[in-house]
Design a protein around this ligand. Structure first.
Ligand code: GRG
Length: 302
């Protein structure tokens, strides 16, 4: 069995390679927008979501020819959301993935278009894959999976969560509202990473239910971790500006619960996520990567 850090590094390398091919530079003046999209897409990032997608697909025995287009699309959607989130009209940040944000490196209009391009290109890749005549997965399952990705990125997921978050700039959120907002804003794409391979492999519904519970708890653990890092880590560690939540008077798990209780909730979410994997292991699947991820989330420093 390969250790989690080695599997993660190897999947990350595979992702970096695949992503470097997805947006070729055109010849005309429109190349500036592509350059800006490539700047954000290829300039670092943990590649957590696409690695998770590939690893979950591996667990179900899916070849990477079936999962890689979805993994690329997911990272492109995630990157577009970061570019737009960093804009002055949203979170207004200067630093992302250890470098100037897209609108700082280029300009605001170019950054808007670079985000739009990434979103559009993500679905272009998925549609091309759905139309491929050969492969081990039928086109109906591919379309079902692509539709799930669209839904998780949309108003029921990430965009909806961002819209709710904007409302809480006026009125502080309580813990229940905060949980719902994060389920949508951050949890939805993480969930897509695990449920898209399930759509493609169509396993027993009991296994899908366990994966849903795991994804939900991992999403929670990731978000609490993000709030803790924002409160405690340095810009060098994070590659983005720390302390922004407090500066912007945002409701976070740290502001609502305090550091100590937030750390405790993070550990509990990781324990619950690890427990949900028992059903998968019981069915003869190997959830080693998913187990490793829960440990990674309790220990991550960026
Ligand atoms: C603008 C439509 C739109 C949505 C924005 C995801 C998001 C919604 C905003 C990002 C703000 C933020 C810091 C959310 C917390 C969780 C999160 C998505 C962190 C960044 O993900 P990582 O840590 O980043 O996986 P890397 O750079 O490693 O890919």
């Amino acid at each position: 069995m390969t250790a989690f850090p080695d599997s993660f590094s190897s999947l990350r390398r595979e992702m970096d390679q695949a992503l470097s091919d997805v947006l070729p530079l055109p010849a005309g003046p429109e190349s500036r927008v592509v350059e800006a999209a490539r700047y954000s897409l290829l300039g670092g990032g943990k590649r957590l979501r696409p690695s998770l997608l590939l690893a979950t697909g591996d667990m179900f025995g899916l070849p990477h020819t079936e999962t890689l287009p979805f993994a690329c699309a997911l990272e492109m959607i995630h990157t577009y959301s970061l570019i737009h989130d960093d804009l002055p009209c949203m979170d207004d940040d200067d630093l992302r993935r250890g470098r100037p944000t897209c609108h700082r490196q280029y300009d605001e209009a170019t950054a808007v278009l670079a985000g739009d391009l990434l979103l559009n290109a993500a679905f272009e890749i998925l549609l091309a894959h759905c139309a491929q005549p050969d492969g081990t997965v039928g086109w109906q399952a591919r379309v079902h999976a692509a539709r799930r990705m669209a839904r998780k990125a949309g108003i029921e997921g990430m965009i909806g969560g961002q819209a709710v978050d904007m409302q809480y700039e006026q009125t502080p959120a309580d813990e229940t509202s905060l949980r719902r907002m994060h389920r949508m804003k951050t949890g939805a794409l993480l969930e897509a990473a695990m449920l898209v391979p399930a759509d493609l492999a169509a396993p027993d519904p009991v296994l899908v239910a366990s994966l849903e519970t795991y994804a939900d708890q991992v999403g929670l653990a990731f978000q609490i971790g993000d709030d803790l890092l924002d409160a405690t880590a340095t810009a060098d560690q994070l590659g983005k500006t720390p302390g922004k939540d407090a500066r912007d008077h945002k409701s976070t798990y740290v502001s609502l619960l305090g550091l100590h209780e937030a750390e405790k909730r993070l550990r509990e979410a990781c324990e619950r996520s690890a427990a949900a994997l028992g059903t998968l292991a019981g069915a003869g699947l190997d959830p080693a990567f998913l187990e490793g991820l829960t440990v990674f989330l309790t220990e991550r420093e960026s």
